[in-house]
Design a binder for this molecule. Structure first.
Ligand SMILES: C[S@@+](CC[C@H](N)C(=O)[O-])C[C@H]1O[C@@H](n2cnc3c(N)ncnc32)[C@H](O)[C@@H]1O
Length: 364
């Protein structure tokens, strides 16, 4: 819990926001709260298993700048809080919500009614859909929807009669309701893990980076590749991949002609020449993985890496900080490093790291 005072009463687009709301994976509220607490303008409120965390600003305090959801590891979405509606009438929730929505005189490019990714939240899914339709209709009638507005309205239902009303700049927030990219399992992919790497490409890279860095003919090494879900994502993009694992690889994937399977230890393997990508999903102590990735990057064996850190231990936040600093320090700080607990991650996070070059900008 942190307290501080600040200077002005208005922040993002002149809105009088009373705090921040972050959605996270249920069970990771503690880690998400530790991240939000770095914004020293208020105190953090979190309940285990709820799937969300709030930063409540002290009277008259605001954060000094607008934060992007991308900067947070454990937040799937980051919203500015405009107000709360408690004890909403079940036959007219809009009567409680609209005064909060209208208070700032803003227009919105869209409006999403969401619920946290918790057991209670999932039970509110049908209500969210119905209320979303009613809210959009009301906003249209009041001419409060404007496709050119940079702001999206969010209503987070925390109970059938309670909601937190917030908003986000589309440029600095996750573009999916609930912060959850719903990806379809690709036909032919050998394991569900494939969705982790697909989501990592989507969340940790921007459009331009995906176009520039995931090109046919590029090369990759996949450490801990079997049965081949991550390799499939690379092979599917015609990236020539060396798959390292003692376990068997999916037979159909091996027929693609772009995958070479080596049954060797991922901690000992070195590629004959530098590759464009190192990806790694080995189940191992996170700091061992961080040290391995740091060595590959520092020795110039790969240009960029995406790797998973499994976090079964108690002090998960401290372990993440330690692992990220191992990778950062190996390159003397000249590194782009972006980490996220993806929707398809469980007790783990996924990290992108690349040696920083002149062409590279870091929007994260
Ligand atoms: C979570 S699974 C990987 C799943 C894979 N990413 C996919 O999408 O199908 C972890 C894999 O790491 C492999 N592994 C663990 N330690 C390893 C090591 N030292 N060297 C190579 N592979 C290892 C295991 O055999 C296992 O297949």
């Amino acid at each position: 819990m942190t307290h501080a005072t600040a200077t002005s009463e208005r922040n993002l687009h002149g809105l009088a926001a009373t705090g921040l709301l972050a959605y996270c994976r249920p069970g990771f509220e503690g880690e998400c709260a530790q991240e939000l607490a770095r914004d020293a303008s208020g105190f953090v409120r979190a309940e285990r298993g709820s799937g969300f965390v709030e930063l409540v600003r002290s009277e008259g305090a605001v954060a000094t700048e607008d934060s992007s959801w991308r900067e947070f590891i454990f937040a799937r979405q980051l919203l500015q809080v405009l107000g709360r509606a408690d004890a909403m009438a079940r036959n007219d929730r809009l009567a409680s919500l609209l005064p909060i929505v209208e208070r700032n005189g803003q227009r919105w490019c869209d409006a999403w009614v969401e619920a946290p990714d918790s057991d209670e939240g999932r039970e509110l899914a049908a209500l969210c859909r119905a209320l979303n339709a009613a809210l959009v209709t009301a906003l249209k009638r009041k001419r409060l929807l404007d496709p050119a507005s940079p702001l999206r309205l969010h209503v987070c239902l925390t109970a059938p009669d309670a909601a937190i009303v917030g908003c986000a700049d589309v440029a600095t927030s996750a573009p999916w309701p609930g912060g959850i990219p719903r990806l379809r399992f690709p036909r032919g992919a050998p394991s569900r893990s494939t969705l982790k790497l697909e989501e990592a490409f989507l969340v940790l890279l921007d459009d331009e980076e995906r176009a520039r860095w995931l090109k046919p003919g590029m090369t990759a090494v996949d450490l801990g590749a079997a049965p081949g879900g991550w390799t499939w994502q690379l092979a599917h993009r015609s990236i020539r991949t060396i798959a390292i694992d003692n376990g068997p690889m999916d037979a159909a994937l091996m027929e693609s002609g772009v995958v070479e399977h080596r049954r060797v230890d991922g901690f000992r393997y070195r590629p004959p020449r530098a590759v464009d990508w190192l990806v790694c999903d080995m189940v191992e102590q996170p700091r061992r993985i961080a040290e391995l990735i740091a060595r590959w990057l520092a020795d110039g064996l790969c240009r960029r890496a995406i790797f998973n850190l499994k976090l079964p231990m108690k002090k998960r936040w401290d372990e993440v900080q330690l692992c990220l600093s191992i990778v950062r320090d190996a390159l003397g700080g000249a590194i782009d490093i972006r980490a996220k607990q993806l929707y398809h991650d469980r007790e783990e996070i996924t990290v992108f790291a690349a040696r920083r070059s002149g062409e590279s900008r870091n929007p994260f």
